[in-house]
Design a binder for this molecule. Sequence first.
Ligand SMILES: [Zn+2]
Length: 128
Amino acid sequence: MPKFSKNSLEKLNHPRVHPKLKKLMLEAIKETPIDFTIIESVRCYEKQKMYMQKGVTKTMRSKHIPKSNKSGLCEAIDIAPYPINWGDIERFKKLSCHIKETAKNLSINIVWGGDWGWDYPHYELKGG
Ligand SMILES: [Zn+2]
């Protein structure tokens, strides 16, 4: 059974990560057809600014930033199939099917960044 690395768990267990996201990821890893790793959860404003300058992101109102959200918590998480191959979009798509299905089973509404046509590692809570 796949399980998270220490590194992934540290990102997931950050006190500012929304409990729904945490629950979803802990459930999803259990029976995932594709092993995956947590890339990033909570993000600070300064880092977002850096990403903006690099063109990695298109918004300063990221759900990764706790202060951007009403809940005051991080409502977005970036994950990638492991071992990581950023060019293998098909694997990201397959993983998204599993994450979406798991979310549905838990009645957690999420949005996958891949459905925007570019942000394949990104998942965020809908509304919130
Ligand atoms: Zn993201």
